[in-house]
Design a protein around this ligand. Structure first.
Ligand SMILES: Nc1ncnc2c1ncn2[C@@H]1O[C@H](COP(=O)(O)OP(=O)(O)OP(=O)(O)O)[C@@H](O)[C@H]1O
Length: 522
């Protein structure tokens, strides 16, 4: 039963995660804490609390009966309950109110950041940079600066801020039964037998403990119930990027045409971003079948632009038109099927290399000759064939604690596998837009040259949009070069046209790169 519940929660989270798009993940990132383990813990908490509740009611009935039979009546029962009841009313929990927790203490923030550097991800940099001592020193200093400030959880800190008077009142309420015994001992000793005092005291202390436990758990109960509610909430979260209804490509569209793209006054800010816009009033027209190259300094908005084309995000304002229609009107499944993207952010899946390539076209992922052909075009075949298990090799998944493989490949080899996946995608015959965002950044010059050559050979019926910092391979073949600066489109044209303006951004970027090879001047 436990296992089945656990798997049910696990599958629910897994399918919701797979369904969510990027802005939705951003908006709901608090739900990273949502795991089947956590839910199972909360579920068992609720069960424990129900048990405590039943215990408390039974004990109360028992004490009531005892008190009546020993002639102390309901007054004594009321006194017993005073403390727990007062605690209920004075209970102060952060979970009772909507709250946002933000750390503002700079020493606290620094201490947390330094602690974070203890994880494996930073080991190599810390060892090779020889900065272990530095981190320890800074950590000690931040700890000292933090002084007595609590590092506790926000809800604990909140509970401890209750006024002194109220806390004293809560404590005094616990001594009322003792006062009752004392009063009776002095003014009516005949009412008590030693046996009845012992029994009442014993039952009272059990009742108090049970109530205290229950009350301590009230905050947890709320937290647990809210947590459990969230699991059902995540299945209902609608994606921010809404689906459209139009098929793509439209039936009347030529089978052989690539995607045409128009951006009209497009501005874009990332969800939650308070800094400047990633794209600011960009207007672009890309014709069907063109080879377009996007250039610009770091942070100029190139990747953001191609993310809008892949509809990973929607523009904040303005319009993106695909073949004359608003991109939001098309069915997402069609648009994504018509787009092949190759970026430096792509990862390999913890599956075999064959599947890693084959998943470019999932329904043909096991078709060996297609996979091998894609691997050849992506430049992965030569290194894969040298691996002992060839295309069946499963790479070591660093996140899998039970993984016993020790096989890993270089950054450039990974990029070749991802590029092969893109060539595999072409075999669907549905691709009309190819986006390559620095997808060759880790390749050696020969590999990069071959990749671009192979991509150009596949360009029939496709529009190609490349993002690059390296001029040469691509810019000389470009039908259109778009030059970005600080989120704005500052220049467009062919290489020859743009090179005619020595004051232009493109000329400066090109010139700086060319001079690196011809002079020693910085
Ligand atoms: N996920 C994100 N959340 C918030 N801001 C982002 C995010 N990604 C990028 N930005 C910001 O958006 C702006 C444009 O970034 P973008 O990645 O589009 O630039 P780029 O031209 O591709 O840069 P690079 O050449 O370094 O890859 C930058 O100011 C960047 O800091």
């Amino acid at each position: 039963m436990g296992n089945r519940c656990f798997h049910y929660f696990e599958d629910l989270i897994f399918s919701s995660n797979l369904r969510a798009d990027l802005p939705t993940i951003h908006d709901n990132n608090e739900d990273e804490s949502l795991s089947a383990n956590a839910i199972w813990d909360h579920f068992t908490n609720v069960m424990d609390m129900a048990e405590t509740g039943i215990q408390a009611v039974s004990l109360l009935a028992y004490i009531f009966k005892l008190a009546i039979s020993s002639q102390h009546g309901p007054v004594f029962v009321l006194l017993c309950l005073c403390k727990p009841v007062i605690r209920v009313f004075l209970w102060r929990s952060l979970w009772e109110r909507a709250h946002v927790v933000e750390a503002t203490d700079s020493s606290y923030i620094r201490l947390r950041a330094l602690k974070e550097m203890g994880v494996e991800k930073y080991r190599q940099d810390i060892i090779s940079g020889n900065i272990g001592e530095y981190i320890l020193r800074e950590h000690a200093q931040a700890r000292e600066e933090l002084g007595e400030t609590s590092m506790g959880a926000p809800w604990q800190i909140y509970e401890s801020t209750q006024s002194f008077g109220l806390r004293v009142m809560k404590d005094l309420a616990g001594d009322l039964t003792m006062l009752y015994y004392a009063w009776n001992a002095v003014f009516g000793p005949e009412k008590f037998s030693l046996a009845s005092i012992a029994m009442l005291q014993h039952s009272e202390s059990i009742l108090r403990r049970t109530f205290s436990n229950g009350i301590n758990q009230i905050g947890e109960l709320r937290q647990s119930m809210n947590f459990m509610k969230r699991i059902y909430g995540i299945t209902k979260i609608a994606n921010v990027v809404e689906d459209g209804t139009l098929s793509y490509p439209a039936d009347d569209q030529s089978e052989t045409a690539g995607m045409s793209i128009d951006l009209r006054n497009v501005s874009f800010s990332y969800p939650g971003s308070t800094s400047k816009k990633a794209l600011d009033d960009v207007t672009i027209s890309i014709k069907s079948g063109q080879l377009v190259v996007l250039v610009g300094a770091n942070g100029s908005g190139k990747s953001s632009l191609v993310k809008l084309l892949a509809r990973l995000y929607d523009a904040t304002s303005g319009q993106v038109l695909i073949d004359g229609q608003d991109i939001r009107h098309y069915r997402l499944i069609d648009l994504r099927g018509a787009t092949a993207s190759l970026t430096q952010d792509h990862h390999l899946y913890p599956l075999s290399l064959a599947e890693n390539i084959g998943l470019g076209h999932p329904s043909q992922s096991l078709t060996e000759n297609l996979v091998h052909d894609a691997a050849r075009k992506g430049g992965a075949d030569s290194f894969v064939s040298k691996l002992k298990e060839g295309f069946s090799t499963v790479l070591d998944s660093k996140d899998d604690q039970y993984s016993v493989h020790a096989i890993d490949i270089s950054g450039g080899e990974r990029q070749r596998v991802v590029a092969s996946r893109t060539f595999m995608r072409f075999t669907s015959g549905r691709v009309k837009l190819v986006i390559a965002d620095e997808g060759s950044s880790a390749l050696d010059p020969q590999g990069e040259w071959e990749l671009f050559k192979n991509l150009r050979e596949e360009r029939q019926g496709k529009t190609l949009v490349f993002v690059t910092h390296r001029f040469g391979h691509l810019t000389k073949y470009a039908d259109l070069i778009l030059c970005m600066k600080e989120g704005r489109l500052v220049e467009t044209g062919s290489h020859e046209e743009l090179m005619k303006n020595p004051e232009g951004e493109y000329f400066k970027l090109y010139d700086r790169q060319a001079r690196a090879f011809t002079t020693d001047v910085e």
